[in-house]
Design a binder for this molecule. Structure first.
Ligand code: GN1
Ligand code: MG
Length: 313
């Protein structure tokens, strides 16, 4: 088995079996304390959406470690990073198609596995708490830069019913979780259903924008900026497929979604840096600080280009 991919939470390996290639995952039970509930949510969505992969039931080995297997989707690639405007449009269509597929699935069928998962105001309070207790003192500048955009924590408090409905949301709708056809570039599926939960689709739209309308990878602060052409491509692609499903309030909130989710993500990375890298897998010292800096650069670029984030007519 070879280590596979770039997930920050579970350990993923690729195995070759007589029936084809399979992803084997060691589940992170620090983050998902109840793997049974995690799998119930995943199967609720899989049974409804019928994606082009098979999820096999989880098992626990003699050491008490929980695993699961998922069939590998051949002939696809994850656009991470998104390099071209064409791929950006395809990512938007993929997320739009996922929303279309779950639009008639009752969100009450899903368990709230990670309460308060998307809650920027609570994430900020946690950052302040961790920063006050942290032995690391190398992030004062980043804390100040985040504080300068603190108003963004309050933007999503307006994302409430009835104007902004509670939906089945993916809650990790980044480009790295989209698969495109290697030959045609067309959207094939959205993967990584671990965080599917009841909530606003605006969190997904924000994560889609954060991960797609960027000029660098998630952990590269150098040259990181918002690319307005990719912003338009991904949002137009999304609206082309899912636009008719949205309420007016959801549609009008789209320009705010990218900055709000990017700010929240920067807060989460910086919190983990100051907490001593306990949540996200890191590949080197200071990795979470680099991730936070990259998200901050992206956020500041978004805020400087607000007028470029205008919805297509
Ligand atoms: C984590 O599992 P992975 O690497 O796709 C995280 C997301 C973050 C993302 C940032 C359960 O997702 O919330 O947005 O990293 N998942 C969890 O890349 O915390
Ligand atoms: Mg994930």
């Amino acid at each position: 088995m070879e280590p596979y991919g770039d997930g920050h939470i579970h350990d993923t390996y690729l195995d070759v079996t007589p029936d084809g290639r399979v992803l084997i995952q060691r589940l992170n039970t620090d983050v998902f304390a109840d793997p049974g509930a995690l799998m119930r949510n995943v199967f609720t969505v899989v049974d409804h959406v019928r994606p082009p992969f098979t999820v096999f039931r989880n098992w626990t080995d003699r050491a008490g470690v929980t695993w699961r297997a998922i069939s590998f989707v051949e002939g696809t690639r994850a656009p991470d990073p998104v390099v071209t405007v064409i791929d950006a449009g395809a990512v938007g269509r993929a997320i739009g198609a996922f929303h279309g597929a779950v639009a008639d699935l009752d969100p009450d069928w899903l368990e709230v596995l990670l309460p308060g998962f998307h809650d920027p105001a609570a994430r900020w309070r946690e950052l302040e708490r961790v920063a006050a207790a942290s032995e690391r003192a190398d992030a004062t500048e980043e804390l100040d830069r985040l504080a300068a955009h603190r108003h963004l924590a309050h933007v999503p408090t307006a994302w409430l019913p009835p104007a902004v409905p509670v939906r089945v949301a993916h809650f990790d709708a980044k480009a790295a979780n989209v698969l495109l056809d290697v030959e045609t570039g067309a959207p094939v599926t959205v993967v990584d259903l671990d965080t599917v939960m009841p909530g606003s689709w605006l969190w997904d739209i924000g994560d889609m924008v954060r991960s797609t309308a960027a000029t660098a990878v998630e952990d590269d602060p150098h040259g990181m900026a918002m690319d307005p052409e990719k912003w338009h491509a991904v949002v137009s692609g999304y609206l082309h497929v899912a636009g008719d499903l949205l309420t007016d309030a959801e549609r009008e909130a789209i320009p705010d979604a990218g900055p709000a989710v990017t700010w929240e993500q920067a807060v989460r990375f910086l919190t983990d840096h100051l907490a001593g890298d306990t949540y996200y897998r890191v590949t080197r010292p200071g990795h979470n600080l680099l991730r936070a800096r990259a998200q901050l650069a992206l956020l500041e670029s978004m805020e400087a280009q607000r007028s470029a984030m205008m919805l297509p007519r």
